[in-house]
Design a protein around this ligand. Sequence first.
Ligand SMILES: [Zn+2]
Length: 157
Amino acid sequence: MPRPFKCRRVCGLPRAAYFKPAGIPVFALEQVNLTVDEFEAIRLADLEGLYQEEASKRMNISRQTFGNIIESAHKKIADAIVNAKVLKIEGGAVQMMQRYFLCPDCTNEWVIPYDTGGPVECPKCQGKNIREALQDHGWAGGGGPGKGRGMCRRGRI
Ligand SMILES: [Zn+2]
């Protein structure tokens, strides 16, 4: 019996999802896929300097799982750097920690990362009549923010 798969919580998607060695045509390069949960583990442990105990809590997973994720992430990044491979960040079963807003004036919908302050106006029409909708909705499975709300499954992002 496979254990039910648990979503890993992340605070945001990477700003860039594609890192390529300069000066080598892309068809001549191999590719390494880093998942978004591996990316988040790197961010928490290596950049923010959290202990694995604390970082695993933030991602809502066990310390053992966190250890496995970060080990795999380190290996992939090392492989990309040492062997000059493209590093692509995508996929993984994650639940985005983000907030979802909508503007009734122009029907604009948008999301912001959970750890930033709330918006004061609509980024499209500058209306102040904005409303916060679902908090902490997960999305996975493609389509981007606003699609597949509340779902969490292993696979594409
Ligand atoms: Zn608006």
